[in-house]
Design a protein around this ligand. Structure first.
Ligand code: HPA
Length: 274
């Protein structure tokens, strides 16, 4: 099925369930971060598995639900659980959910993720507000999706992929919540393995601040269709080789669980201020 047809089917199904609720802000929650969602009014939860054309998340720690609701007057949708390239999904299918959000009315996207840090000032529990990215996945969800003007232009500018105003707001909110935070560059790898110490050293030389296995496909699809993006990367570990402990997914989930409370407070500010 053409992706436009797929997206339109998903949108029609969702709009029937939500009575045409038009979310303005979307949030994607990463590993272990599903518990940080602020308490929404008039909540409607739709499992991914019930939406025609939608993908399914398969990773422990990633629940699969679209949650709609209102927070202090702002219309919100949350993707509780995301899709990763390493799960075996086709790269271009990673654009489906983002385009569905766009067609539902979303104008601003908050992408959260757990990351490994390459910066000694951003240790475990810190927040890296993304100012740019390096796509080292060596693939792109927009390839082969170039026939649909409704998804946006094929060639588009990425000089400011992460919205400057939202970045400033996020840093100020982090300060208010007493979260150690700084701006940085996200380097995307495919995963599923963590990196080698040599790769981490190379990424550092390239200008990366943090490394992770998601974010970039979502950001590319969002920027193509004109959604403004804020990237919130939570440090669950230092990059491989920086500390002695071997890395594991369990550590990622455990460390991000620890920041759930702080993240919820941050989101409560951001949902109002953005
Ligand atoms: N590398 C890649 N992805 C990650 C890491 C990491 O160290 N930590 C959490 N996600």
């Amino acid at each position: 099925m053409a992706q436009l047809t797929q997206v339109k089917k998903a949108v029609a199904f969702i709009q029937k369930k939500t009575k045409k609720f038009q979310p303005e802000i979307a949030l994607i929650t990463g590993s272990g971060l599903a518990g940080s969602i602020p308490d929404l009014q008039q909540k409607i939860t739709i499992p991914y598995s019930s939406i025609p054309g939608f993908l399914q998340s398969t990773v422990p720690g990633h629940t699969g639900n679209l949650i709609f609701g209102i927070y202090k007057g702002r219309k919100i949708v949350v993707m509780q659980g995301r899709f990763h390239y390493y799960e075996g999904h086709c790269m271009k299918d990673l654009a489906i959910a983002i385009r569905t959000l766009k067609f539902l009315g979303v104008q601003k996207l908050l992408v959260s993720a757990a990351v490994g840090s390459l910066d000694l000032k951003l240790r475990t529990g810190s927040l890296c507000v993304l100012k740019d990215h390096i796509n080292f996945m060596c693939n792109n969800p927009l390839i082969g999706n170039n026939h649909e003007p409704e998804f946006g232009p094929m060639f588009f500018d990425l000089s400011v992929a992460y919205d400057k105003v939202m970045r400033k707001t996020a840093l100020a909110a982090a300060k208010k919540c007493k979260i150690n935070a700084g701006e940085g560059v996200y380097l995307a790898v495919t995963g599923p393995n963590f990196e080698t110490p040599s790769e981490i050293q190379m990424f550092k030389k390239w200008g990366a601040t943090v490394v992770g296995m998601s974010v970039v496909p979502e950001v590319l699809a969002a920027r193509q269709c004109g959604i403004d993006v804020l990237g919130l990367a939570w440090v669950s570990n230092m990059g491989c080789g920086i500390e002695k402990t071997p890395l594991s997914h369990e550590q990622t989930v455990r460390e991000t669980k620890k920041i759930e409370g702080k993240f919820k407070k941050l989101l409560e500010i951001l949902f109002v201020k953005l």
